[in-house]
Design a protein around this ligand. Structure first.
Ligand SMILES: [Zn+2]
Length: 308
């Protein structure tokens, strides 16, 4: 099978591109022919990011022709229309026809989707979800996002908005989330919000801390950090248990920086999800295998199997 798949990952702060020969798709552990990752320019806009990505793509192809192009975008996407809705990190992406722009540039079919959906597809096709029919992928990082694969296909919902487990409300009287609601999973479980809550409860701490530090302090026995980390894991567990009751997927795959918070975090997520789901509903939760590369591998799957 001759040909090349070009994969792009427009992250909030990083731009990644990779090239894979079609023949590698039959391998159990395919590896990139070439991969590039650069930081998105500070104070840059959509035009800067797009020009950088186009340059990286042509550098990787080095005169070869792309058979298909897959794109993961860090923000809301209308996958059916091939349009980016907006970026929360980079200005100028409002209603950008990214699919058409790249199709014209590389003279190849292009498919785009948001990063949670592509990461779900990547883990399903190449990572922790290989061989299952249904999974919910959840990234727990600066935000909490999710993407479904159902019956071996991405499932995006009516408006490409399915999988938003981060804004499932688990504590209606809880703290205010950026989305305007209270007690969302993301408000309690994401790294920046856990750090914000720690800083608010420990105003005399030496310096403002990050989500990663909350996990490290919890491991050292800091009671405030333990309480905040447990609450975040509990919130995610409630969300997973409810999702299990609603959709009964075979597998939940968790990726993102917060999932590196240690055994306590994983235990609370699993126990809470188990306690929230009906006794008859199986809840299997595993760590992601591809981590930062999941959206790129998902972009390959998106490009290769032209999903509608
Ligand atoms: Zn929210």
């Amino acid at each position: 099978m001759d040909g090349w798949i070009l994969a792009f990952d427009f992250g909030g702060t990083k731009l990644s591109a990779a090239l894979l020969p079609l023949a590698a798709l039959s391998e159990s552990q395919p590896t990139w022919t070439a991969q590039r990752r650069v930081f998105s320019p500070a104070n840059g806009d959509a035009r800067d990011d797009l020009q950088t990505m186009i340059r990286l793509g042509h550098e990787l192809l080095a005169g070869r022709k792309a058979t298909a192009v897959g794109v993961s975008f860090g923000g809301p996407v209308d996958a059916a229309a091939g349009m980016v809705r907006l970026s929360h990190h980079v200005p100028g992406w409002e209603n950008a026809p990214l699919q058409a722009l790249l199709a014209a540039e590389f003279a190849a079919p292009v498919r785009i989707d948001n990063d949670a959906n592509t990461a779900a597809l990547g883990e399903w096709r190449f990572g922790a979800g290989r061989g299952v029919a249904d999974l919910l992928y959840i990234t727990v990082s600066t935000g909490v996002g999710g993407g479904w694969v159902l019956n071996g296909r991405p499932w995006r919902g009516h408006q490409s908005m399915a999988g938003e487990i981060g804004h499932m409300v688990v504590d209606p009287g809880g703290p205010l989330c950026l989305c305007g609601k209270r007690g969302c999973v993301e408000r309690l479980a994401s790294g920046p919000y856990m750090a914000q809550d720690y800083n608010a409860q420990r105003p005399n701490a030496d310096a403002p801390i990050t989500g990663e530090l909350v996990a490290r302090l919890a491991a050292q026995g800091d009671e405030t950090a333990v309480r905040i980390l447990r609450r975040g894991a509990w919130a995610l567990g409630v969300g997973i248990g409810n999702a299990a009751n609603l959709m009964n997927p075979q597998l939940f795959v968790l990726g993102g920086g917060v999932t590196k918070s240690g055994e306590l975090w994983w235990d609370v997520v699993r126990q809470t999800a188990r306690a929230t789901a009906l006794p008859e509903v199986a809840v299997t939760i595993v760590p992601a295998a591809l981590q930062d590369d999941a959206p790129l591998w998902g972009a390959v799957a998106l490009a290769y199997r032209i999903y509608d």
